[in-house]
Design a binder for this molecule. Structure first.
Ligand code: S3P
Length: 163
């Protein structure tokens, strides 16, 4: 029950903050997207292209259920994971959820020209998704922190608030 689970939109810093937080708190870093890729043996982008989003969501759900068995980890989740109630309850079996609340401009700066995110191909569509998801992240989270700060500062903030 002592995992720290990070949620938030694509580019909110879940991976970089998560790695920093794992170091600070002496936990192991785990990423649900990496676990999905390991299960399927191909990158997320290819899973979307070959099998479609619903197939990806089922794999992501299995991985969220598996994380309940983990102990002493910082778990970074994919940007869509906690927008599904079934994943929120599975994840909460293993720890507490922290929402990295970064503003959309910061997110766009961080994502830059990267094209490996199937659901961030078009900025206007991504903004719609961002607005639709933000209340879901807030509802899922036990704690919300400003995700627009540096990774180190965000990780230090979470670490002190989670003691
Ligand atoms: C997704 C976010 C991605 C990845 C997949 C779907 C989403 O993870 O899980 O492309 O629905 O927002 P990141 O948030 O790590 O980019």
């Amino acid at each position: 029950m002592n995992n720290i689970i990070l949620c938030g939109f694509m580019g909110s810093g879940k991976t970089v903050v998560g790695k920093e937080l794992a170091k600070i708190t002496g936990r192991r870093f785990v990423d649900t997207d990496d676990l999905v890729e390991k299960k399927q043996g191909i990158p997320i982008k290819a899973i979307f292209e070959i099998y479609g989003e619903d197939y990806f969501r089922d794999l992501e759900h299995q991985v969220c259920c598996d994380t309940a068995e983990l102990k002493n980890c910082v778990i970074s989740t994919g940007g869509g994971a906690v927008t599904f109630e079934r994943n929120v309850s599975a994840l909460k079996n293993g720890g507490r959820i922290v929402f990295l609340d970064a503003d959309f401009d910061t997110i766009c700066e961080r994502i830059g020209d990267s094209t490996n995110r199937p659901l961030f191909q078009d900025k206007d569509k991504a903004k719609e998704l961002f607005d639709e998801r933000r209340p879901k992240y807030e509802a899922a989270a036990d704690l919300t922190v400003d995700g627009s700060m540096s990774a180190r500062k965000t990780a230090m903030t979470i670490s002190s608030l989670m003691k």
